[in-house]
Design a protein. Structure first.
Ligand code: GLY
Length: 362
């Protein structure tokens, strides 16, 4: 007996030798059934239909399980929200920046192909997720911003629209402007506090949903072959300083995918996520063997630990903002997590689409 090989190694080796010819003869059979396909997303992924019959997670799951590429399926799914004028935190009709201009951010990652692409501050195109995919598939780069991103899209034949506001988003912006800044540009500190205060007040009065102040969609999926992809798309912080970019288009922050390990993405206060690069952190925790719930919890704890400024803390010393993570591992296990309060995330699998409860740190 070869002294270097243990009995266990030999047994494992002989098992794989027996499996190998079968796998060669029937690759589909050997691969099929390895993972139960599932698509997860932030809660809005099971709320909006843009006048159609399916939500984002339903459409993505249907396409993915009919053989469409996982990333293409997810992007078709999030396109529903990007195009829906009633979804005021993503794509067309997203709440504009402080100057009334809709600027969109998105990124995507393809696990098996090791593709990644993103766009930030993109104006004039309703579906930034499609352009993020073009960056991933057609360039040697991972992130295009502003006019460069728009010129790139135009060069590929996308039509640039002069304005992505809807009647609703424009009305909300005009009201915000009227309340915050008669001359526009106050002292930057005053403006930052006042701007958010007014946006939250307006959400209480029904102008926009509170979760849409930082609203976004992240959507991740795994097919039966175990192929994992993800996409995140947003109009970013409502009434942001023009040019402000949050976490959504940044690889490792708004989204991270490792094809062998899992995917993580986020919605909520982008600055808190950017500081901690939570999606990357979560995927690394998955790599160490953590369950998606525990991996996401690690990131929430990191955010809480690194939130020290008084203006960002509530009366009991916890972060006073919202932040959520959506986590999917290579076994198809998933979790949604939120810093505090109640939140749901969307799931679609063989049992259909539903909302599941997010685990909360506080
Ligand atoms: N998470 C979206 C943003 O902060 O822009």
């Amino acid at each position: 007996m070869n002294r270097g090989l243990s009995r266990r190694t030999l047994l494992a080796g002989s098992a794989s030798l027996a499996v190998a010819p079968l796998a060669r003869a029937f690759p589909e059979i050997m691969i099929r059934g390895r993972v139960k396909p599932v698509v997860i997303s932030s809660g809005n992924g099971n709320s909006f239909k843009n006048g159609g019959t399916e939500t984002c997670v339903q459409k993505a799951f249907r396409l993915m399980t009919s053989g469409t590429d996982v990333l293409d399926s997810l992007i078709e799914g999030v396109n529903i929200l990007e195009l829906d004028p009633d979804e005021t935190s993503v794509g067309y009709g997203g709440i504009p920046n402080a100057e009334g201009v809709v600027q969109l951010d998105s990124c995507c990652m393809h696990g098996p192909k090791k593709w990644a692409g993103g766009v930030a501050g993109l104006e004039g195109i309703r579906t930034p997720s499609k352009i993020a995919r073009e960056v991933a598939s057609q360039t040697d780069h991972h992130l295009l911003v502003g006019k460069g991103a728009q010129d790139f899209a135009r060069s590929l034949g996308y039509t640039i629209e002069p304005d992505l506001n809807t009647e609703r988003s424009r009305k909300v912006w005009l009201e915000w402007k009227r309340r915050t800044d008669k001359e526009h540009y106050l002292d930057p500190k005053q403006r930052e506090t006042k701007g958010l205060e007014v946006a939250l007040q307006m959400s209480e009065e029904g102008y926009l949903e509170r979760q849409h102040v930082y609203g976004t969609i992240n959507c991740d999926g795994i097919n039966e072959k175990g192929e994992i992809c993800g996409v995140t798309t947003t109009s970013g912080l409502a009434f942001k300083i023009p040019g402000r970019v949050g976490d959504s288009p940044i690889l490792g922050a708004g989204l991270y995918v490792d094809g062998e390990v899992g995917a993580a993405g986020s919605t909520g206060r982008g600055e808190a996520n950017l500081y901690n690069l939570c999606s990357y952190l979560i995927v690394e925790e998955l790599r160490r063997g953590k369950h998606p719930k525990d991996a996401g919890m690690e990131a929430l704890k990191r955010v809480a630990k690194n939130t020290v400024e008084k203006r960002l803390l509530n009366e009991v010393g916890h972060p006073n903002f919202g932040l959520q993570f959506y986590v999917l591992d290579a076994k198809g296990r998933h979790a949604g997590l939120t810093l505090s309060g109640g939140a749901n995330y969307a799931v679609c699998d063989e049992n259909g689409a539903r909302m599941e409860h997010c685990e909360s740190l506080f």
